[in-house]
Design a protein around this ligand. Structure first.
Ligand SMILES: *Cc1c(COP(=O)(O)O)cnc(C)c1O
Length: 375
């Protein structure tokens, strides 16, 4: 069965073989040796040996895939990216606060998501904007050398891939090289596992699972151990990274089914050749789509080429009155969920790990055919 290609920004398309495996295991989960246990994953105690093995395998596979060093904890939490916008300052903003004073935090605002993160953090700390690309409508990347970093800041927050505006850091900023020893916090929700991460530059990384890791409901947090233990007293216990880490993400019931699904994705990623192979494929997919946009007379993308996202490709039709016809034709051609985010308009094609090259090729072919009908 060839399903339609689904370009949703999230929750997003999943590899068909992963969904088929989950379907096969839905009623009666088999362990690694194929022995069925009489229960589906949703029905298992999170403390039983069956789920423990699922959890441990998922964590080990993720650590291997993303090459996460041992001095970082991997936490499986809930609440999504937006909850992390509060949970991060609740845990880290006091890292360098002086007695009785609010912590100071720096934000680099490069699009809709980092903007939201900045707004939420202001409830808990003094949140500065160290740099922003707002003047050009979030289509560029402010050079790290120009950021106005605060030496007293507890951390610097960036969104490494702006899902809505389609702006991506192609390399992580090296704060040490800029003379700063402040921890870097990255929201890598929409490009996690699409490319390698240089952990020597990162203090904490978080990602909602529903773009590249699995279903909604699971939030991945990777945090350097020395950043634990500084939570504000008002931080909810279930959101205190130290508490979560001390209990192997089982302080309260974790999102067991979502962890299981993410675990299947991690095994699928390993079968694909790991992150390096995915990165190569993602580069080729993005290149094909951006080339088609740049070479056309109908479509255009406004993001500066050096910071264009490989995962989320917003584009516009020069004749906006054709938007509805474009989307209707796409749907008829089995190309789904291409409508742009409401704050930006136009179209957006999200081409995460699970989108095959064939899906991008089908989209490009449709775009060319549609353009011809407009002549
Ligand atoms: C999707 C997304 C989020 C929001 O995640 P929720 O799970 O909806 O809270 C946060 N940051 C980025 C970059 C995202 O793409």
């Amino acid at each position: 069965m060839q399903r339609p290609f689904n370009f949703s920004a999230g929750p997003a398309t999943m590899p068909q073989e992963v969904l088929a495996q989950a379907a096969d295991e839905m009623l009666d989960w088999p362990d690694a040796s194929g022995r069925r246990c009489g229960m589906g994953v949703m029905e298992m105690s999170h403390r039983g040996k069956e789920f423990q093995s699922i959890y441990e395998q998922a964590e080990a596979d993720l650590r291997e895939l993303l090459v996460v060093p041992q001095h970082f904890k991997i936490l499986f939490m809930q609440g999504g990216g937006l909850a992390e916008n509060a949970i991060v300052p609740l845990n880290l903003s006091a890292l360098r606060a002086t007695d009785g004073n609010q912590g100071v935090v720096d934000f680099v605002v490069t699009g809709g998501w980092s903007e939201k993160s900045h707004k939420e953090a202001r409830r808990y700390c003094q949140a500065n904007v160290a740099a922003t690309n707002a003047a050009d409508g979030h289509t560029s990347m402010p050079d790290a050398a120009t950021w106005k970093l605060n030496a007293q800041a507890s951390y610097v927050h960036i969104c490494t891939n702006e899902t809505i505006h389609g702006v991506e850091f192609q390399t992580l900023p090296d704060l040490k090289a800029l003379g700063s020893d402040v921890a870097l916090v990255i929201d890598f929700s929409s490009h996690v596992a699409s490319r390698a991460v240089d952990w020597s530059r990162v203090g904490l990384a978080f990602a909602g699972a529903q773009k590249n890791l699995g279903p909604a409901g699971l939030t991945l947090v990777v945090v350097r151990e020395d950043l634990l233990g500084h939570a504000l007293s008002i931080c909810p216990s279930a959101f205190n990274y130290q508490t979560v880490a001390d209990n192997q993400s089982m302080f309260n019931t974790p999102p067991t089914y979502a962890i299981y699904m993410a675990g299947l994705i991690f095994q699928w990623l390993k079968r694909q050749g790991g992150i390096a192979a995915m990165e190569e494929r993602n580069q080729a997919k993005a290149k094909m789509l951006y080339n088609a946009i740049d070479q056309s007379g109908l479509y255009y993308n406004t993001v500066q080429p050096h910071c264009r996202s490989r995962m989320n490709v917003p584009f516009f039709l020069r004749d906006e009155s054709r938007n509805e016809a474009f989307l209707a034709g796409a749907k008829a051609a089995n190309l789904l969920q291409l409508k742009g985010h409401k704050s930006v308009g136009g179209m957006r094609a999200s081409i995460y790990n699970a989108m095959p090259m064939a899906g991008v090729a089908a989209l490009v072919e449709y775009m060319r055919a549609f353009e011809k009908t407009q002549a």
